[in-house]
Design a protein around this ligand. Sequence first.
Ligand SMILES: [Zn+2]
Length: 486
Amino acid sequence: MALHVYDHVTRSRRKFEPIHPGKVGMYVCGMTVQDKPHVGHMFAFVACDMVRRYLMHLGYDVTYIQNFTDIDDKIIVKAREEGVSAEEVARRNMDLYHEYAAALNILPADQYPLVTGHIPEIIAFIETLVAKGNAYAAAGDVYFRVRSYDEYGFLSGRHVDDMRSGTRIEVGEKKDDPLDFALWKSSPDDEPGWESPWGRGRPGWHIECSAMSTNILGNHFDFHGGGRDLLFPHHENECAQSSCGTGEKYVNFWLHNGLLFLGDKKMSKSDGNFFAMGDVLEKFSAEIIRFFLLNAHFRSQIDYGDERLREAEAAYGRLRRGMARLAALRTDQVDPVPEGLISEAGETLGKAVRELERRFFAAMDDDFNSGGALGSLFTVVKEVNQYATAAGAKIRDRAVLEETWTFLATAVDILGLHPKGIEGLVAADTPAVPDEVIAMAAARDIARAEKNWAEADRLRDEIKECGFLVEDGSDGFRVRPLGGTD
Ligand SMILES: [Zn+2]
C-alpha cells in the first residue's frame, strides 16, 4: 500500500503524489500568541510533526513552515491590560511555544514567519486581489468579496446562501455584503499600524497565511495543517484569497486535527476548561503527553483529562519496559543460535514482527493513523515477552532480536516518541536512573522469567547498592531511587 491521505474535495482518501518529485511543502497555522500555549494548541503541532516525520521516513525532502500571528486585536488588548508592548506579549508566548515544542520532541520548522515581518508581502497580495476585482477598499479598510469566488465553501462543505442568514454587518464595518471579510483594517494612532495604499492599518487575520505560505512555498503546495476549528472560516478564507490571488490551486491536502474534549465539552479558554501546557507538564512528562496525543487518529476528537493521561502513562510504561526487555535480550550472555539456524521461539517472533511491521506501515499509510500504528507496537512488545519466556536461558536468536529492535527503533523515530530514540525511550520515565542500573533491572527481569531466583536476588542487591529499588508489577518492572516515591 502506498500513502493515502484524506482529500477534502472528494471527501475520501486518495493516493499521495507530491507536486514536485521527492519534495513536500507543508504549512501549519501557528498560534496567535496572545496567551500561553495550551494542550489543544500543542496537539495540532504534535500531529503535524508526526506527519512530517513519516513523510521524511518515506524519503521526501520536507520544507516545513509554521507562522506566528504576532499582531492581532487580542494581543493589543492584552498588552494594554499589562501596560507593555504588543511585541513583548508576543515574544513571551513565542518563547514558551518553543520551550514546549522542544519538550514534546517537535522538530523545529524550517521557518517561523511573523506577520510583522511580512507586511510588504501582505500588502502586495491585497493589492493583487483589489486589482483583480476580488477585494475592495472602503474608508481605510479592505474587504474580500466572497461572492467573487464561485467555489467559496468547498473546503468546509457550506454554501454561501446558507451562510448568509447567520451573518450580519457589525457596527463600524464598512462592507458591501455581510459575508465579506477584512483583509486590511485601519488602525487608530494609539495602536500598532503600518502605512499602506489605504492608509495606516494592519492586516486582517486570514490574509497573512495566504501571503506567507505562497511566498515561501510557492502558489501551490502539498500539505496545510491546523486545528479542526480553523477549517471555517480561516482556511476557507485562505483558500478563497489564495486561489483568486494566484489563479492556481492552493493546497493539495488539508490536515485538520480533532479537538480535545473534556467530558462532552470542547476544551477552550472561554469555558474555563483551559489546560495550560505548563500546568500539565507539572503532572505528566512531555513524552507521555505526546504519546497520549498520538494514541488515536489525528483527525478524531480526543477525550482529555487526568484520568486519560494516567492511562496513557501506564501504557507508555508497558511499551518502555517491553523495549527494555528486548534491549536486555539483545545483549545478554546467553548463547546465540548458530548462524543460519533459528529456534522455534525465534521463528514465531520473526513471523509476528514481520506481520506487525506490515500493519504498522499500513496504518501510517492510511492517512497517518498513528493510533493504529501504536497498536502494532504493543503487540510486538507482547511477542517479545512471549519469546523471553519461551527461549528462557537456553538460546538467543540474535538475528531476529536485531530485526525486532531495528523495526521498533524506526517506529519510535517516526512517531517521535523520544528525543533520543529507542535508547532514550528504554530509559525514559526514570531519567535519574543510570543506564547500567536499567540494564541490571532488565537482566533481573529475565532471570525472574527463567526462575533463576538466586541471580534475580543478586541483581536486586546490586541495584540497591547503586541506590535504587526495583519493583515488579503485573506489566513488568520499574526502578526508582531508594527512599523516593512515584
Ligand atoms: Zn493560518
